[in-house]
Design a protein around this ligand. Structure first.
Ligand code: BES
Ligand code: MN
Ligand code: MN
Length: 456
């Protein structure tokens, strides 16, 4: 193989410009207004896979947004790596909080600012460039398949069906994903766990119309007051969730494992400073790192109702709403948890209101072993590119397809994320460091090399 560092040095401008072109496409899957753009992003990915040297590249239609597939089968007897990523992005709202427009990428102090810069365009694009390098320098050492989807940020509704109906096409020995984060640029880590998700929307219905809060206030249930109280009651003083049975299936992590986890560096002061908070809050008895990885949570993501316009309007609202997410850990099951939530929510509602619970998409948690060949190969790859051994960490976010890969394709996933928690994914001013982009491109071919060698 030629030298990846040289190849990056010679092509870095082009790599970056291509990514910037992709970032200019507002492929927001949640908002139908961007429908054409999401399709355009799929075509862009297809084109780049073709240019990089993939065969049989196609934009596979689904009931929703398409899945881009491509492959390089060098020898059916060799192992196969399946690369997964997503070309859709989160909505950029609220636009006014961005320092520069979300779909007009800018580079400031060696950092790319744009929606999708880190999640996940900047990260999956590294794989296409690493693949291009290998193709230009003697070819890939094993078979490679790409599957880049456009509905991750809205729950991957059609991906499950696609995977289930294309098990032959997608057959592989390991899945490779860059869509998570590492500890710091000088403290590389490999994600070995993801949380699952239950997401529900609730509605509390009071009187049949908005009322004068003076004329009726005091004797008619105020749905917002009621909803606030119900939500507040779902955590106790120790930050534990009060839904009966909620912790039933939660895997208890041994004290040895917790001690191992605690070795990962964590700068609490820097963490607080970055968020401009004076103190952290969470479940008693667990460290911040544990609370965001091995423990489940319940959070209100949005809550509304009544009058929120200018000035004061005295009104007793007819309805109140909230969107609530629960992050799950092994061995919780999203359907079971959603059901427990629903039953509990109904049971704590006073007779003075009616309630409605609507489940949204969910996903199962996933953990990957560190004693597999693929993990060891990834670890070596990081050691080569960063000069230091990566630390295995469990992340708090969710990539529901990972559990499905395990269930349907019976393979583990290696989560080689090169982002940082502070990259502001899903937030205004999302960004991705040029260091991270190029380091990812450098690390990936090392992984292929090690993995192919170790699989022999
Ligand atoms: N890439 C993220 C997940 C992630 C980010 C995992 C950082 C670990 C570290 C992914 O695009 C995402 O946002 N997933 C959603 C779930 C999905 C069902 C909408 C999430 O975690 O909220
Ligand atoms: Mn993502
Ligand atoms: Mn995301």
């Amino acid at each position: 193989m030629g030298n990846i560092q040289t190849y990056i040095a010679e092509n870095k401008e082009r790599f970056l410009n291509e990514l910037l072109d992709l970032l200019k496409i507002p492929s927001v899957s949640a908002d139908p207004k961007f429908r054409d753009d999401v399709f355009e992003a799929a075509e862009f990915v297809k084109q780049k896979l073709v240019e990089a040297g993939a065969d049989n590249v196609e934009v596979c239609s689904t009931k929703g947004y398409p899945i881009v597939y491509g492959e390089k089968i060098v020898d059916p007897a060799l192992p196969t790596v399946l690369v997964y990523g997503h070309y859709d992005v989160q909505p950029a709202d609220p636009y006014e909080l961005w320092d520069s427009p979300p779909f007009e990428p800018v580079i400031k102090d060696d950092v790319i600012y744009a929606r999708g810069a880190c999640d996940d365009k900047g990260q999956f694009y590294m794989h296409i460039k690493a693949f291009e390098y290998m193709m230009q320098n003697g070819g890939v050492p094993c078979n490679v398949k790409f599957m880049i989807e456009g509905e991750e940020e809205v729950g991957s509704d059609n991906l499950g069906t696609f995977v289930e109906s294309h098990t032959e096409k997608l057959a592989c020995d390991v899945v490779l994903i860059s869509d998570t984060s590492m500890i710091a640029n000088d403290i590389p880590s490999i994600t070995t766990g993801l949380r699952g998700l239950s997401y529900v929307e609730v509605e509390v219905i009071g009187p049949n119309r908005d009322l004068h809060s003076g004329v009726y206030g005091g004797t008619v249930a105020n749905p917002i007051n009621v909803l606030s109280k119900m939500i507040a009651s779902m955590h106790d003083h120790d930050g534990k969730i009060t839904i009966p049975g909620f912790y039933e299936d939660v895997e208890e992590i041994s004290s040895e494992q917790r001690a191992e986890m605690a070795k990962a560096p964590f700068d609490k002061e820097a963490y607080k400073k970055d968020l401009e908070v004076d103190a952290l809050l969470g479940e008693t008895g667990y460290t911040p790192n544990e609370r965001t990885s091995i423990r489940p949570t319940l959070d209100v993501n949005g809550m509304w109702g009544g009058y929120i316009g200018e000035g004061a309007k005295t009104v007793l609202p007819s309805k109140a709403f909230a969107k609530i997410s629960m992050r799950l850990v092994p061995n919780q099951d999203s359907e079971t948890i959603t059901k427990l939530f629903q039953e509990h929510f109904e049971s704590i509602a006073p007779k003075s209101v009616k309630i409605k619970v609507t489940p949204h998409h969910g996903g199962e948690p996933a953990v990957t072993p560190t004693d597999s060949i693929a993990y060891q190969a990834a670890s070596k790859a990081y050691e080569t590119s960063f000069g230091t051994k990566p630390i295995p960490t469990r992340d708090g976010g969710s990539i529901p397809i990972v559990a499905l890969f395990k269930k349907v394709l019976e393979v583990d996933t290696i989560l080689m994320g090169f982002g940082l928690d502070s990259d502001a994914i899903h937030s205004p001013n999302e960004h991705y460091g040029l260091f991270n982009f190029y380091k990812g491109i450098e690390t990936i071919p090392y992984f292929y090399e090690e993995y192919s060698k170790m699989m022999k």
